[in-house]
Design a protein around this ligand. Structure first.
Ligand code: ATP
Ligand code: MG
Length: 372
């Protein structure tokens, strides 16, 4: 069977280290491995509008930022189709049909939807006195729209962060339901999670559960070297580790989580030769006698080494913005072609392809006594 990737990001801001370790870095590796027949990378503007209906300008401005982040990380339009969700109208039609295969209570149980309702401050019921905005229907149903994005491209593999697990499960259920009702048509996708457990859900610099654009706790791929340094030096560590000689905790210590995500053994020889590996550094920290500043400086050096080539490539792509838009337009054209084929299959399976169904027309003619 053909192996196809579909994944993407919401253009609600520039991309950050969470995106990078959770999905983006992996996509580039998979692209370069040549293991996949096709790779589709989607800028999910329509999904971003589901909770930003009153701020479309934010989405409009961030499309180019996300595209630049993609290119600077090494996504290559010659090998990966990069496109914008709203430009592929077929996706809406698929979602419209899939909506009939999912119940309201199933969506209400989706843990990611639940968490994001909280995060975005939507009121869960319409009790009087609650001044918070209610949940937009489009937001509530976005797992269904995600199922249409994935299935439209017959994706077999979806490389994403851990928060997307329930979304992929929802897609798989829709595929199974569709295929059992209308006949084998859609491909059931697999989630591809990061191998390194620190990358499943990278915490924010404030130590909160997830680095997220909406929480303002991000190190962006396009941050300047000085911004990165400042953010690292003010990162959350172990609040109980006050003096250098105090024993420190590793669990929940964001600086160590980032070292788990980004450091490689050779970094120690390069930046901190007194230690041979991360375990040795951790042991010293836990014993006491190792200050936060030293650990943060190591993290800063590692991050700068990883981010500098990305920043340099970004500066090159920024010189030809119209060229980036042309690349996106070509991507949208290519994506539309594939989605249209799937939509035609779906319509055929659902037998709503009335005009190509000569059997139907003949049978109806017979029914009305006008047949041969
Ligand atoms: P928003 O706040 O607008 O939802 P976000 O920062 O959560 O933005 P998304 O566009 O929702 O980013 O996520 C895009 C992809 O990046 C998904 O695959 C998601 O799993 C992954 N991702 C986002 N944040 C992290 C993180 N902190 N750790 C690991 N993966 C992440
Ligand atoms: Mg998100």
């Amino acid at each position: 069977m053909k192996k196809t990737i579909l994944t993407g990001d919401r253009p609600t801001g520039r991309l950050h280290l969470g995106h990078y370790v959770g999905s983006l870095k992996r996509r580039v590796e998979l692209q370069n491995s040549g293991e996949f027949d096709r790779i589709f990378i989607m800028i999910a503007d329509a999904q971003a509008l589901t909770d930003n209906a009153d701020n479309p300008e934010k989405i409009r401005q961030n499309i180019i930022e996300v595209a630049l982040d993609y290119l600077s990380c090494g996504l290559d339009p010659a090998r990966s189709t990069i496109f914008i969700q709203s430009q592929v109208a077929e996706l809406c039609e698929l979602a419209f049909y899939y909506m009939n295969l999912v119940t309201v209570s199933r969506l209400q149980r989706n843990p990611t939807v639940k968490a994001e309702i909280q995060l975005r401050g939507f009121a869960e019921s319409n009790e009087s006195g609650d001044s918070r905005p209610g949940i937009p229907v489009g937001f509530f149903t976005y797992p269904i729209s995600q199922a249409s994005d994935i299935t439209a491209f017959r994706a077999t593999t979806v490389p994403v962060g851990e928060d997307q697990g329930p979304m992929i499960e929802q897609t798989r259920e829709i595929v199974r339901r569709f295929n059992s009702v209308y006949g084998e048509t859609l491909v059931e996708p697999e989630i591809l999670l990061p191998e390194n457990s620190a990358c499943l859900r990278l915490p924010g610099t404030d130590g909160k559960a997830k680095m997220s654009k909406s929480l303002g706790n991000c190190i962006y791929l396009s941050d300047t070297a000085e911004d990165v340094r400042k953010k690292v030096m003010s990162m959350y560590t172990d609040p109980g580790h006050i003096r250098v000689e105090d024993p420190g905790k590793i669990e929940g210590n964001t600086v160590f989580t980032y070292l788990d995500a980004f450091s490689r053994p050779e970094h120690f020889a390069e930046f901190l030769p007194e230690y041979s590996c991360l375990d040795e550094l951790k042991a010293h920290y836990q014993r006491g006698g190792l200050g936060d500043v030293k650990v943060k400086k190591l993290l800063n050096s590692i991050l700068q080494e990883e981010l500098e080539p990305i920043r340099a490539r970004r500066r090159e792509f920024e010189k030809d913005i119209p060229g980036v838009y042309r690349m996106l337009k070509d991507g949208c054209d290519a994506a539309r072609e594939v989605a249209a084929e799937t939509l035609a299959d779906v319509r055929r399976a659902m037998r709503i392809n009335y005009f190509e169904d000569e059997e139907l027309i003949a049978a109806q003619a017979r029914k009305f006594g006008l047949g041969e």
